[in-house]
Design a protein around this ligand. Structure first.
Ligand SMILES: C[S@@+](CC[C@H](N)C(=O)[O-])C[C@H]1O[C@@H](n2cnc3c(N)ncnc32)[C@H](O)[C@@H]1O
Length: 258
């Protein structure tokens, strides 16, 4: 088990869900600076490796591969993403687009602790999940991580040291509004809904912004190999590799910022 950074008496229930609709508003901890946004909810579904995923009704897609959510995230985002770098900096700077359930972040936390590699992680999420939905997901249990730690991760709207090697900030905003620091990140985990459902997430302009946020030689990994995605990434200044995918997916993309 890891060293946790809970302050004594930290209240995990630091947010309020407004019960007026399925996708409701939320107010986070600081009453002087309330944050409001639309929230998503759902009922967990078991994928083939026993880990949960969710189905988003408005987009008509699952959050993960139904062949195995943990298996897919480990294969694409951990093995080809975090471990895709030959040398590791003192602090690995990771950016995730589409934070969702927080599964990629939780796997990164575990990886950071197992490898004693400090990681600073920023997640971008336009429509965070309700606490009720998060509490039903089985990731913490499957990965032998304290469930309260998983909930704390979702409350990290300012940079929080979650474990000794992992710090996290989740920004509740759209990729389109996000203004990242230039030349900061070593790895981008690009996990939006598919280009068929959300083409506005996969544009050349969006990828230029992510290219500029990466250091030279930094990498972006994503599960999609669609022609339009490859063209947009190339036009944004990336070189591309196609890698063999996890079960249920023939190949996926790793892009290097030139
Ligand atoms: C495929 S799911 C993410 C899966 C996630 N990485 C996980 O492990 O649960 C895509 C995510 O992108 C979020 N999203 C949708 N539109 C967005 C936007 N314009 N900017 C940022 N995030 C967005 C969705 O709410 C959803 O959580």
């Amino acid at each position: 088990m890891f060293d946790f950074f809970f302050e004594q008496n930290t209240k995990i229930s630091g947010w309020k869900e407004y019960p007026f609709s399925k996708t409701a508003g939320v107010v986070f901890g600081n009453p002087l600076k309330p944050y409001f946004c639309r929230m998503n909810s759902g009922t967990p579904i078991k994928t083939n490796d026993g880990s949960h995923t969710l189905f988003n009704d408005s987009v008509g897609e699952h959050y993960h591969s139904v062949f195995g959510a943990v298996q897919e995230s480990e294969h694409i985002f951990i093995r080809a993403g975090l471990e895709g770098k030959q040398t590791f900096p003192e602090v690995l700077q990771v950016l995730e687009i589409g934070f969702g359930t927080g599964l990629n972040a939780l796997l990164t936390l575990k990886w950071a602790e197992d490898n004693h590699q400090p990681v600073q992680y920023i997640g971008i999420e336009a429509f965070p999940l309700t606490e009720t939905t998060l509490k039903q997901l089985n990731y913490a249990e499957m990965l032998h991580i304290e469930p309260l730690l998983f909930l704390k991760m979702h409350q990290s709207i300012t940079q929080q040291q979650i474990t000794s090697h992992f710090s996290l900030q989740v920004l509740h905003e759209k990729l389109q509004d996000f203004l990242p620091e230039k030349n900061r990140f070593h790895v981008v985990l690009f996990d939006a809904f598919s280009p068929d459902s959300q083409p506005e997430m996969w544009t050349k302009e969006g990828f230029i912004k992510l290219h500029d946020a990466l250091i030279s030689g930094g990498i972006l990994v994503t599960y999609s190999c669609k022609g339009s995605v490859k063209r947009a990434l190339k036009a944004a200044g990336f070189s591309l590799e196609k890698l063999p995918g996890p079960p249920g997916k023939r190949e996926f993309l790793r892009a290097t910022a030139l």
